[in-house]
Design a protein around this ligand. Structure first.
Ligand code: CP
Ligand code: NVA
Length: 314
């Protein structure tokens, strides 16, 4: 088996966005550009030849599974797909023991799970890099793809305004970490009961975060308007309550008109047309959601390469 000890530096994980420095995020984004360009030209890019990725899914997925799986094969490696129910995780094997075992057999692990503490416990007992494929608290791979997509469509993100409309969920907190690292301003509008938790936010300047009661005000002048489902995975019991609370937090043409004239729209998907976004917005000319979904593939290939090989040039 290939050996993750070919790492040139200390073991690194990507459990939340701020696990990487600004320079490292910039490197991964630049590398993703090169990897995407080669992919579009059908040029092989087998930098992870013979490497093996284990993917552990404790929640459902379409994009995360396909992008990691296709991405690893395209890099010359292979994958193992595990879920809670088809592994001993579903029969209460401790996450620490699972980490010790899996990480002796593969080069890299991606996990989608519930509490952030669960992925942190896994990483603390892993011999190989661990990637967060979504937890209740964060979704860093998605934000990496979103920022790459923003840059493709609208240029540098530094100094720009991003409007987050809806639940202060895993996506919103990851956007906030990205705003602090990359120097843009996040406007957040969420209904009462679903706003950002000031304790989790901590000290932050108004150049990084501005909160609005009215979603229309949050959109004003924004270069990107983005939203997500009203009910994230794991919170389904709150569905009815949330439907009522979020009724006014539907991104529609009026909100897009309040944004910058060149504003784009993003949604990490899956989307519910008629709930958090209208069909005319998500299927309209300002929407870049399909590029956003595709870019998961390219940024994650760059991420996996960086975690296993560090900075490389070729
Ligand atoms: N956006 C995203 O992570 O999609 P999946 O849940 O389909 O993986
Ligand atoms: N916030 C959503 C994102 C899905 C990709 C969830 O956690 O279910």
């Amino acid at each position: 088996m290939s050996d993750a000890s070919s790492h040139t530096g200390p073991l690194r994980h990507f459990l939340q966005f701020r696990d990487f420095s600004t320079t490292e995020i910039q490197y991964v984004l630049d590398r993703a550009r090169l990897i995407k360009d080669k992919f579009k030209r059908y040029q092989p890019h087998h930098t992870l030849h013979d490497r093996n990725l284990a993917m552990v899914f404790e929640k459902a997925s379409t994009r995360t599974r396909v992008s990691f799986e296709a991405g690893m094969y395209q890099l010359g490696g292979s994958v193992i797909h595990l879920t809670t129910n088809d592994s001993q995780l579903g029969r209460s094997e401790p996450i620490e023991d699972t980490a010790r075992v899996i990480s002796r057999m593969v080069d890299l692990v991606m996990i989608r799970t519930f509490e952030q503490s669960r992925i942190e416990r896994f990483a603390a007992h892993s011999r190989v890099p661990v990637i967060n494929g979504l937890t209740n608290e964060y979704h860093p791979c998605q934000i990496l793809a979103d920022i790459f997509t923003f840059i493709e469509h609208a240029g540098p993100i530094q100094g720009k305004t991003i409007a987050w409309i809806g639940d202060a969920n895993n996506m919103a907190y990851t956007w906030l970490q990205a705003a602090e690292l990359l120097g843009f301003c996040l406007h957040v509008s969420a209904p009462n009961g679903y706003k950002l938790d000031p304790q989790r936010v901590g000290p932050v300047t108004s150049s990084v975060l501005q909160e609005y009661a009215d979603p229309m005000e949050a959109c004003r002048g924004a270069h990107l308007v983005t939203t997500d489902v009203w009910t994230s995975m794991g919170y389904e019991d709150e569905n009815e309550e949330r439907r009522k609370a979020f009724a006014d937090w539907c991104v529609d043409a009026e909100m897009m008109a309040a944004a910058d004239p060149k504003a784009i729209f993003m949604h990490c998907l899956p989307a519910h047309r008629g709930e958090e976004v209208t069909g005319d917005v998500i299927d309209g000319p300002q929407s870049v959601v399909w590029d956003e979904a595709e870019n998961r593939l390219h940024v994650q290939k760059a991420l996996m390469e960086f975690l296993l090989l560090g900075k490389i040039e070729d």
